[in-house]
Each structure stands twice: as C-alpha cells, then as structure tokens.
Design a protein around this ligand. Structure first.
Ligand code: CLF
Ligand code: SF4
Length: 501
C-alpha cells in the first residue's frame, strides 16, 4: 500500500504554533505529527530528538566501495557523510552482519534501528547492502531499516529500497549549485567513467535531487545531511535547506566539517577551517526557519552500537557473537514489552508537561514576565531524558537554550571524562581544562553530582555548577534554573565574562 506523502512543510504546519520546546523536535513534534508519520519516527533516535534519549541504533559496516570522492574524506577511514572522520570500522559480510544485528537486538531491546552507512557508500555496494536488508526484514521484522547515501546511485535503487520497507533514507547534499560542488567533489565514477570538476558536481546534484523526489513520492522519509564547510558552502546551505524542503525532505542535519591534517584528507592537509559550535548553531538557526533541523547527530561510526553518544561495539565482536545462543522469537516478545514500557513513560511525561504548561506557563516559565535574554546550559545525561550523569564521568554534554519562549535543544559538546571513577573528582587537570573549553558560552552546567575539585574552576570560568536537579527531566530542570536566575535578577545583567584557557 502506498502511504500518503508527508513533507517538511506538512510536518511543520501540523506542529502549529507549538510554544514549548523547539519546533521540529521533542514531544511537541511527536504529539502533532500525523499518526502514520509518528509511527515511523517515534522510536528512531535520529529522526526524533526525544527518541534519542530512549532508543538505540546500530550500524553494520558491509559496504566498502564508494563511487565519488569528497574533499573531506580519506578512504582509509569510514564514510565521513555519516561518521566521524578518522575512524575505521571492521568490514563484515552480510551473513555476519545479520547475526550481529540479531545478537544486539536480543541483548539491547531498546535497539530499534539498523542503519547501513559505510564504510563506503551503501548504494555503491547494492548486493551486499540489499542482501543484508533482505535477510533482516525476514528474520527481524520489528527492526526499522535505515540507509545513508551520497545519492549518486540512488535513483536506480529506489524501487529496491521500497521493496524492503525501508522508511528512512539519508542523502548527503552539500550543494545545489555545481560551482559550489566543484569545490567539494574532485571526481565521481559514473557510467564506467571518471568525471571531474563542475560536470561531476552537476551529475551528482541531479541524481541526488531526482532520488529525493522519487523517495518522497513513495512516502519514504528523507533526512538530508549537509557538511558545513566554512567559506565553501556555509551560506549556500540556507538555499539547500529551502530546496530540499520544497521537494519533501523531512529533516535537515547540518554537521560540522572535521578537518584535521592527521586524517590526510584534502581539506585537512590544505588547512580548511572547521566551524565553531557557535557558527554551526547560527547556520542551523538560519536554516530552521524553513526546515525541521536535526541537532543531536553524533557523527557516529559505520559500526556504532547503542544510544547516540555511546558505543557498545566492543560487546558484540564476532568472536563474542559466535558463542551467543539467540532465541529471536523470545527476544521479540521482550523487545515489545520494553518498547511498550518506554511508550507509557513518554506518554506520562507528555501529560505532566502539558499539565505544567497549563498551570505555570510555557515550559514552567511564567507567561506574564517580560522578554528575558537567552541562557545556554550544559547537561550531563546518560539517557532517559533526565539528569543522571556525574559531571566528572560525562563524555559529552547536551546544550539547551532557555529563554522567555521556552527551552530548546541546541546541540552537544564532546569532552574527555574529567574523573574516571570513584566518588571524588580529583585528578585530571588537563581533562577539566578541555571540558571548560568545550562548555564555552554555557552559563550553567547541570549534573547529577559535581565534585568539590571542579566546582571552583567552573565558577572561575563563569560557568555555574549545579547538582540540585539529579534525576529530574532535563527540560523541567533547565526551565527551573532559568526561573531562579530570573528571580535573582541574573537575567537583567549581561552574562559574566568567561575566562577559559
Ligand atoms: Fe544510522 Fe544515519 Fe540511519 Fe541514524 S546515524 S544511518 S539516520 S540510524 Fe544519526 Fe549517527 Fe548522525 Fe547518522 S547520529 S551520524 S544522523
Ligand atoms: Fe568518503 Fe563517503 Fe564521500 Fe565516499 S561519499 S568519498 S566514503 S565521505
């Protein structure tokens, strides 16, 4: 049965006037989406910001070849369109991949999505990619299948994708102008020929746009990834966002270029600048007027396993899987129970949130107060949508913006854990310096606990540590702290000058 087409404007319109959390994410988007779309995204950790606190994804690295060259890629490593540059995944055969997926699904019932995202381009390896999908759709029908591609071979694969009930396709689209594309792609391999320069970019763009239109015409949800390359396509991505939205893309994920000389990429060796967190946020905001934006991408590896931001791949190496006895029928029952439990928890959270908005105002903030300046707050969490991570153990912080109009998720900042265990945060001075740098721009950091040692340096850097909201729902805690700041008159003054080495 062909499903009705939903596009970004339909989704945005259906969110109609949401005042709490950010539009294009979290509970509000879920609550207002048409039911058939909600079913596709509510447990997909990349397509729903809320889902990424509860549901996990995994990738299998079955696709080694690629048919284009990007200037931010070194083919020794995983495809940088869906992975952190400089990472190598272990290549698997389709039958090994299927075994691994079933082992992970039986062990981590929250794992709802299997993605193929590399290490090359999945659609440049159609036999391996579709053999994996075919076997999985038969053996593990409760797992959503997802694929990411550069788009060159996409139009030829749309029928096959639809046949396997693949509802989520990511296309990396960095430009819609071949002159911009010629600065990003030195060549493509097309119809048995290597084509270079502007002509190559022109063909790639045409194939991506055609593939996007074919997918949305079939009701398949399309996420567009774009790599932000300062001075090359940064301003142009606003146009890209408009074009892909008009063609029915569901979500736009603008990711930062990561270009280090040691990765050996063209951009890395040429000293091409990467964007700062602030520049990235500014561009995401500029695109957001026209598009649902994804801001929680972790640029995960081609063999990632677990919640976004964590990697449990080492628990599922082939030698460990060989020894596992898997009763998938029993695992499916358990998985359904766990998913139902998460859904119940989310429904209760949503009810509590709506009740609070009715009673107190927007996200717990008073509706009658004058406009106040926005404040960025960093949050330590290990999932579940609550503040449940010790400051010293955090490998990343989620960043939220509180303002007079609510609380919205902005992005994440990676760091090295300051303290690797025990009750106290003692050593690790350089790791703390790194964390302080990662948190630049944030005025508050919320964690389940903040040790005595980092407290002083955080305050000295102009970042107020706060351990008083342990196990509270993140958005509620951020709103409460913002309200405390308002009452204390801290929002009248400019933020304190931050001092970070
Ligand atoms: Fe994987 Fe990509 Fe599917 Fe997600 S990842 S193929 S849509 S299941 Fe997600 Fe990872 Fe970002 Fe990709 S966080 S890199 S967006
Ligand atoms: Fe590398 Fe991916 Fe670009 Fe291919 S599509 S060159 S694997 S980043």
């Amino acid at each position: 049965m062909e499903l009705p087409v939903i596009n970004a404007s339909e989704a945005s319109a259906s969110e109609g006037g949401c005042a709490s959390h950010s539009c294009g994410s979290t509970d509000d988007q879920m609550g207002h989406l048409p039911e058939h779309i909600r079913q596709k995204v509510y447990n997909h950790p990349c397509y729903s910001e809320q889902a990424h606190h509860y549901f996990a994804r995994m990738h299998v690295a079955v696709a080694p070849a690629c048919n284009i060259q990007c200037n931010y890629c070194n083919r020794k490593y995983d495809c940088a369109n869906e992975s952190r540059p400089g990472v190598v995944s272990e290549l698997m055969k389709p039958d090994q991949a299927v075994k691994k997926v079933m082992a992970v699904a039986a062990t981590i019932p929250q794992m709802t999505v299997l993605g193929i995202a590399g290490p090359g381009d999945p659609l440049a390896n159609p036999e391996r990619t579709f053999q994996t999908f075919r076997e999985l759709s038969e053996k593990a029908p409760d797992i959503k299948l997802c694929v990411s591609t550069n788009g060159l071979s996409l139009p030829d694969c749309v029928e096959e994708l639809a046949k396997h009930n693949i509802d989520h396709v990511t296309i990396t689209i960095n430009c819609v102008d071949p002159d911009v594309g010629a600065k990003i792609y030195p060549w493509i391999f097309w119809q048995n020929r290597r084509i270079r320069g502007r002509e190559a970019a022109e063909i790639l763009i045409a194939q991506q746009q055609k593939g996007l239109e074919m997918l949305t015409a079939r009701g398949i949800l399309v996420k567009v990834n774009s790599v932000m390359i300062p001075g090359v396509n940064d301003e142009h991505l606003i146009e890209v966002s408009k074009v892909v939205k008009a063609k029915g893309a569901f979500l736009h994920n603008v990711m930062p270029l990561i270009a280090e000389p040691e990765h050996g990429t063209y951009y890395g060796l040429m000293g091409q600048a990467s964007p700062t967190a602030e520049e990235l946020q500014k561009l995401q905001d500029a695109c957001a007027g026209d598009m649902n934006m994804m801001r929680h991408c972790r640029q995960c590896r081609a063999d990632a396993v677990g919640l976004l931001g964590e990697d449990r791949g080492q628990e599922f190496t082939m030698d460990k899987i060989e020894d596992m006895e898997i009763d998938y029928a029993a695992a499916m029952v358990k998985r359904a129970e766990v998913h139902a439990e998460i859904e119940r928890e989310l429904a209760l959270k949503q009810q509590a949130h709506e009740a609070k908005v009715q009673l107190v105002g927007i996200d717990g903030l008073s509706k009658t107060k004058p406009a106040t300046r926005p404040v960025l707050m960093a949050v330590a969490t290990k999932g579940g949508g609550v503040i449940n991570e010790h400051f010293g153990h955090a490998r990343e912080f989620l960043v939220y913006e509180a303002s007079g109009s609510g609380v919205r998720f902005i992005g994440h900042r990676k760091t090295t854990p300051y303290c690797e265990g025990g009750d106290t945060c003692g050593d690790g001075e350089s790791a703390l310096d790194q964390t302080l740098r990662a948190l630049v721009g944030c005025e508050v950091v919320l964690a389940s606990k903040v040790g005595y040692e980092p407290w002083g340096p955080l305050e000295a850097a102009g970042i107020q540590p706060n351990g008083e909201h342990a196990m509270e729902v993140i958005e509620d805690a951020v709103a409460a702290v913002y309200e405390e700041m308002r009452v204390a008159g801290k929002l009248d003054a400019k933020p304190a000058q931050q001092k970070v080495a």
